[in-house]
Design a binder for this molecule. Structure first.
Ligand code: ADP
Length: 329
């Protein structure tokens, strides 16, 4: 864990990469805890894009009114190819220094943390990361901001689909987000009683799914729901439906939940997590710690070096898949 000794008076906060419900609660915590600790807090618009384009403005206590319950991010987010290059980061660092920003809180995913780590390494700008992503795929934190909300949004949709699936004796394939990780799929599948869950890490196959559905029909079950994480692009559920139709003659309806999983009012769990993490990020900077992410280990907050966070992969829990499989009989 890196440490710095200069006294900080002014900090910047930004959201970067994929947006997630609860990011606003984290911004609010950074601003209000910062001001309570006699810091000045500046907001940077559109992540690293705004850092390079000098979109840096002071934030006051009242700017944080009425945002804890809102999805998205009031600071907006962004992706910057310019920031991926050393010259882009130099420009960003010059803007931060001109605005007299002494340290930063970066709310985002692992790409954003790679950028934050580079700012510290190359320009000695202290940064603390706060994990905000619906995918929950950040090494070093059991939970990320937005995951609980996304799971609950998807679950609500699945409960509705089950009503119609049961009424018509139908097979449904529901596609949830999670291109590279099966956290949303496995949690939603277990909580929604899915018959089979397809994730990037799991080892189920179309043949296994067909066998399970047929067995279930044999036991008198008349409707089934399969959950799949999206593929490299949305639409994997259609490929699965085609394969099931070709191999078994069974007809499957497809429902792709898509971007609704990113939006909406954050759950209580996400608001609380974001508030605690935002506050802990400011606290860490005040104590002179940087180049770290605030994560959770169970209920406890922990500080994890950004280098570890970005160089390791978090594995989703395969035991949830086997439990879901036993329970959905
Ligand atoms: P997330 O933070 O949600 O993982 P991205 O991977 O899109 O989202 O990263 C957000 C932004 O972080 C990128 O657009 C880029 O500006 C910056 N970034 C990502 N990777 C790096 C890197 N290796 N070095 C510097 N900046 C990076």
């Amino acid at each position: 864990m890196a440490q710095f000794s200069q006294k900080i008076k002014r900090i910047g906060v930004f959201t970067s990469g994929g947006d997630a419900p609860g990011m606003n609660a984290a911004i609010r915590a950074v601003v209000r805890v910062g001001i309570a600790q006699n810091l000045e807090v500046y907001g940077i618009q559109n992540g690293y894009v705004g850092m390079i384009e000098n979109k840096i403005h002071p934030l006051q206590l009242r700017d944080m009114a009425n945002i804890i319950q809102r999805g998205g991010t009031i600071l907006k987010t962004g992706r910057s190819s310019e920031f991926m290059k050393a010259e882009g980061r130099t420009k960003a660092a010059q803007n931060l220094k001109a605005a007299q920003i002494d340290a930063l809180v970066c709310i985002g995913g692992d790409g954003s943390f790679r950028g934050a780590h580079a700012l510290w390494e190359e320009h000695q700008i202290p940064v603390v990361g706060v994990p905000g992503t619906i995918d929950n795929d950040i090494y070093g934190s059991d939970k990320t901001i937005g995951f609980d909300t996304a799971v609950n949004t998807a679950l609500e949709a699945i409960d509705r689909i089950r009503d119609t699936a049961a009424s018509h004796d139908r097979l449904f394939i529901v596609e949830v987000m999670g291109r590279n990780s099966g956290f949303i799929a496995s949690h939603v599948g277990l909580a929604g009683g899915a018959e089979e869950i397809f994730t990037p890490e799991g080892n189920t196959t179309v043949e296994k799914a067909i066998d399970r559905i047929k067995e279930a029909i044999g036991r008198g079950k008349t409707s089934s729901i399969l959950i799949t994480a999206e593929g490299q692009k949305p639409g994997r559920a259609y490929d699965l439906a085609d394969a099931i139709r070709k191999k078994s003659g069974m007809d499957a309806k497809v429902c792709i939940l898509g971007h609704q999983q990113r939006g909406g009012s954050p759950t209580a769990a996400d608001r609380i997590l974001a508030s605690r993490m935002g506050a802990a990020a400011v606290d860490s900077l005040l104590k002179g710690y940087c180049d770290i992410m605030i994560g959770t280990e169970g209920e406890r907050l922990v500080q994890v070096p950004l280098d570890l966070v970005t160089k390791n992969e978090k594995k989703s829990q395969l035991d949830l898949l086997s439990l879901a499989s036993i329970l959905a009989t």
